[in-house]
Design a protein around this ligand. Structure first.
Ligand code: FES
Length: 128
């Protein structure tokens, strides 16, 4: 996805209603790692830090679209596995670019993961 298209999508997304979707068991994500979930048509990388904090971002590096979900997690950031750009897990900010990665609220309840997600992006082949 080109940067301009991604930014236009990000602006549109900010005005859209949201819903909460269940992504399954918390234990599918080992401490200190990330996993990628397909939510509707969107790939979302969910990270569980060694302290047990949860973060969710688009699985899309602002450099060349690398898979952030495969990156190494440390000090509140993920390092893209392709060229090492850092992305802040909480804000989606990237010190290498003015572009920000879209983030999503995520929480755990009774061992299950719940992601708050824009309704429009959740459309698709009913993965839930
Ligand atoms: S694609 Fe992520 S650093 Fe290059």
């Amino acid at each position: 996805m080109a940067e301009r298209e991604y930014m236009a999508d990000l602006l549109k997304w900010q005005a859209e209603p949201e819903k909460e979707v269940c992504l399954g068991d918390l234990e599918t994500i080992p401490l200190g790692e990330g996993r990628v979930f397909l939510v509707g048509t969107q790939a979302v990388a969910v990270f569980r830090t060694r302290k047990g904090e949860l973060f969710a971002l688009d699985n899309y590096c602002p450099h060349q679209g690398g898979p952030l979900g495969d990156g190494l997690v440390a000090a509140g950031k993920v390092a893209c596995p392709l060229h090492g750009w850092l992305v802040d897990l909480k804000t989606g900010a990237c010190p290498h670019s003015a572009q920000r990665v879209r983030t999503y609220p995520i929480r755990e309840e009774n061992g299950r993961l719940y992601l708050t997600f824009p309704v429009a992006l959740a459309h698709g082949p009913e993965p839930f």
